[in-house]
Write a new protein. Structure first.
Length: 451
């Protein structure tokens, strides 16, 4: 395959790739989604299934995605097309790139709306709206926010414009610069918050909720959600990590890099859980509050701690930054494709993609207010989009990537790029050929009530 660095540039070092991939992985998925779905799905047993999915399916698929990206050195769509040709594989495999692009649009459209909530909260917190907040008053402020379609639309617009502006500036100028500032800051603020939650009396209760395993709380759907979240949180299955892999320097070790990213991502999710659940229990709240969990519970805690206004404001700044570095990676694959294919400028491509995503996002905005009663199989527009992407499209994308690498590529070509020690490579190949596909298929079938 091509040795050139491509038209989009390269990360300047392995460390910057780790930062970028971690920036993509760590986001609303860790801080907003992981706690609320853990709360909805009963805690420890769900967390255990999620961790197993990360280890057995997520990490191997991530190695595969990064390797494919570095082989192709282009956008996921063109990388897959080039690899399919090069490997003499069936054309249908290039569908991986296309489905990923669609999933990316869908995810970015709702991601931007939720990130807008975080942006709105920076100003509500900073403006003292939550001073002296109780569970009730915090719930009212949240209800007021999501009940106001114009407000949500405005925040969605602001978040998306910032995202698109960064993507438009390209890998080295835009992405690298933004990420190398945002990520270290994020770690710092989270550590401060963990210190606070560890000093709370309910720390034990939160800890037990997260780590005590009770399998009777697991349903077929919980397992599907756990698998889907393993993909969502690692940014897998739609080409985001493939696109980032395309900008990875040649000499960098893919295995070590992926392990680092997966470790950091998991650590951040668990820390977020350890920050949030003690606060939930200390204030007699419900872990199963749903998408509003983060936004309804934390303000109460901040109201009750010294310096809470400052910490609360910082916290939502952190969430917004984490969301931004993830959103960038959702937009990058399609923008890179448009630049390669159509020869349009990055700025133009990013703008058009921003406009389409913005329109789609209106559906999510309305899901929480005017359209909240319109449901398909009990799910709002937002719920449907979230379920379809995270729990179906991403695992399906991951399944196809595993099968393509495991069954359709020449082993030696893949190994030449992946550069793993021989024993590890054998193990990885076995997992990609059998374990990961069987795991995804079993969980799908189980979710449908077939097994
Ligand atoms: N992983 C991010 C999070 O946890 C979201 C995300 C970014 C993503 N890029 C992705 C999810 C690509 C799926 C696919 O918030």
């Amino acid at each position: 395959m091509t040795e050139q660095t491509g038209i989009h540039g390269l990360w300047r070092s392995r460390w910057l790739f780790i930062l970028a991939a971690t920036g993509s992985a760590v986001g609303l998925g860790n801080i907003w989604k992981f706690p609320y779905i853990t709360g909805e799905n009963g805690g420890g047993a769900f967390v255990l299934v999620y961790l197993v999915c990360i280890a057995l399916i997520g990490i191997p698929v991530m190695i595969a995605e990064v390797t494919l990206g570095r082989m192709g050195r282009q956008s996921p769509i063109n990388t897959m097309q080039a690899l399919v040709k090069d490997q003499g594989a069936h054309k249908m495999w290039s569908g991986i790139g296309w489905m990923g692009a669609v999933a990316g649009f869908f995810i970015l459209s709702f991601y931007s709306v939720i990130a807008g909530w975080a942006l709105a909260y920076i100003f509500r917190m900073g403006g003292g709206v939550f001073d002296g907040a109780t569970a009730e008053s915090a719930g009212e402020v949240f209800g007021g926010l999501i009940g106001d379609p114009e407000g949500l639309l405005a925040w969605h617009t602001i978040f998306l414009v910032i995202t698109i502006a960064i993507v438009a500036r390209g890998v080295n100028k835009g992405l690298e610069k933004a990420i190398s500032v945002l990520m270290p800051l994020l770690f710092l603020i989270l550590v401060v918050l963990l210190g606070y939650s560890m000093s709370s009396e309910s720390f034990g209760a939160g800890f037990h909720f997260l780590f005590d395993v009770d399998f009777s709380k697991l349903t077929g759907e919980s397992i599907v959600v756990a698998l889907g979240h393993a993909f969502f949180t690692l940014s897998l299955g739609m080409g985001a990590i493939m696109a980032y892999g395309a900008y990875m320097p040649k000499g960098a070790s893919i295995g070590k890099t992926v392990l680092t990213v997966a470790f950091l991502d998991t650590l951040i999710a668990l820390v977020a859980g350890l920050v949030i659940f003690p606060i939930v229990f200390a204030n007699g709240m419900e872990p199963s509050a749903g998408p509003g969990l983060l936004f309804q519970t934390l303000p109460v805690a901040f109201a009750n701690m010294p310096g809470g206004t400052l910490f609360g404001t910082l916290f939502f700044v952190l969430v917004s930054f984490a969301a931004l570095s993830s959103a960038i990676s959702l937009g990058e694959p399609v923008v890179a494709w448009a630049v390669e294919k159509r020869g349009v400028s990055r700025a133009n491509a990013a703008t058009w993609i921003g406009i389409i995503t913005w329109v789609l996002g209106i559906g999510t905005v309305l899901s929480f207010n005017l359209w909240s009663e319109y449901k398909l199989f009990g799910k709002t527009f937002f719920d449907t989009l979230d379920f379809l992407t995270a729990n179906i499209m991403l695992p399906l994308g991951g399944l196809l990537i595993a099968l393509f690498v495991g069954w359709s590529m020449r082993e030696s070509d893949f190994q030449a790029e992946a550069g793993l020690p021989p024993m590890l490579f054998k193990a990885l190949r076995f997992v990609l050929m059998f374990i990961a596909p069987a795991g995804v298929l079993f969980i799908f079938a189980n979710g449908l009530g077939l097994v």
